[in-house]
Design a protein around this ligand. Sequence first.
Ligand code: AMP
Length: 699
Amino acid sequence: MAPHIQDQVYKSSLEDPETFWNHQADQLNWHKSPAKAFQKTTKTLKNGITHDHWNWFPGGKISTTYNCVDRHVLNGNGDAIAIIWDSPVTGLKEQYTYKQLLDEVETLAGVLREEGVKKGEVVLIYMPMIPSALFAMLAIARLGAIHAVVFGGFSPSSLAQRMEASRPKAIMTASCGIEGSKGPMGYKRLIEDAIKKSSFKPDKVIIWQREQLRWDPVKKEDGERNWQRLVKSARNRGLKAAAVPVKSSDGLYIIYTRTTGLPKGVVREAGGHAVGLNFSIKYMFGIHGPGDVMFTASDIGWVVGHSYIVYAPLLAGATTVLFEGKPVGTPDASTFWRIIEEYKVNTMFTAPTALRAIRREDGDNDYFEQIFGNRGGLRSLRALFLAGERSEPAIVQMYQKLLAKHCAGGAVVIDNWWSSESGSPISGIALSAEAGKDFNSKHRHAPLPIKPGSAGKAMPGFDVRVVDDDGKELPLGSMGNIVMAIPLAPTAFTTLWEDEDRFYRGYLKRFNGKWIDTGDAGMIDEEGYISIMSRSDDIINVAAHRFSTGAIEQAVTSHPDIAECAVVGIPDSLKGHLPFAFVTLSTHHHPHPAVPDERLFREVQKLVREQIGPIASLGGMIQGKGMIPKTRSGKTLRRVLRELAENATHNEFEKAVQVPTTIEDADVVEVARAKIKEYFMHKGKDLHKAPEARAKAKL
Ligand code: AMP
């Protein structure tokens, strides 16, 4: 049997990257064509270490904004809708055609140029999910400057750290953000505090005034400027800025990513980013151009937002839905579906944590069925993409069923794995794999089958391998460290902002420059499907057997009463560590004490034993609501739970734990602490008993 087209495309991308990526580069407008697609180079660090490096599209000059906006207007698609803004938190909705978007962006770029922003300089964006945030990103890029978007709502100290690291010429912000149903949160104090804390001071703060809460007063003497007034004045004078092309290797943006120490600035290069994203949106996400609608429910502060709210849909000339709201509470768990129906969305992208939040509110889809059950309004939806965290099979299957019943024929749920560093999915299932061969093909083929629990197969340009701790490749089906060979695909980073040493230390050193370390652990099966099971440092060592938190969580969540779960390792005198589960039950089973009832624990334990093996038996299970801490981007903070649980095994219930500043809600840590205390007061003594006694106590 001939290999599936996705496998053929992948193979050709690795065998002949030059032809493959040149073909993709030809789909864009270059101010100067690149000499070639790919060039391997080396870099030498200050300490004399030399390592392999690579460049995409050397010699080329490009403007990302021109390709995202001007190109479509010049091609006669100016009246197509570029952006739909839907904001349940304000009750507002707006739409912008490509023509209107061009007008906004070239005027704002004119303003920024007048305010002193030059090519190569950094401008920091700290904004809520409103259209002007997208105008800002595109206007900065239009000048050949570099944006650093920081999630609106991050604390002044997180913001100050990012300010110090990126040294922005200006900050573009708004008077307030609106966090779900919590109402407006003023940004004035946050920004002013951050500037006070940072040793680097930006020249200007440009403020978008929102009606819900104004920034008052705007202190001109401190460099503060009223955004709308500047734009108005520019319009009156007909001030506009043309697109400034930059070298392929010049930075388009910096994005700061997860780290325990100082923020790590991933640099996205202009050429590779534009080519790789324009490819991926068509090939993988099935969004080809005008008439196609993409809804990415994320935030522009994260890489998913950069790529699939902003750049990729606009590169394709499609419509992007910008959503200012939450999966639940704005006003309820039907919001995502309402948007899909209202705007005839074709591809939706979100994080599994959003679906879990919906499931907690509407576990049996009763409410969903009440509203959408019979009216067939969701038939436009062809796929639901999930990324950011592992999607457990239970959640994939639940939504796959829902899509099969209510959405387009053949609609699929697609788990895809990637990172800030990669810029686009490293693995997944391509919805329109023909787009890899015949670029403009709209033909729908059957995608590769989905395997729930797997994040699909490697995407073109990403050479993914599984290795042991010495960097030796492991046979298919073995769990190990997931690494990638050089080069990475064009959307991926090639360095960290002004810190090549840290790039080497963080990604190359572990395997002596041979592989790029992703920090993730998992496996690749015989058919090439990749499963990401946990971060490498979340692996639990039980009696010399290594288990991933993801595998155990998968077994626990296969119990129908469990809506959400986080597993961590707790110290055990005999086995080194034991897996310990934190679970949230589906709505109809609360209120619940920290200690689960015997029956539930026995059933869950049975599932773990059956699906993983008796050696992975849980050392305990705590149940509770609102006790699993998450980052603002929805990632479970297992490390915090691990520290709390570990302290509890020494009876140190109140001991301070390291909580990252990126936590969504710090109160959750205290709920977890109280739950752990309640649990250990009841059960803790048993944890230290000999295994036989522990078995008897049926912990
Ligand atoms: P970030 O750079 O903040 O986007 O985080 C990237 C990390 O999120 C990856 O290295 C993974 O640990 C995790 N991640 C993202 N997508 C997935 C996925 N589909 N399955 C499992 N883990 C994921």
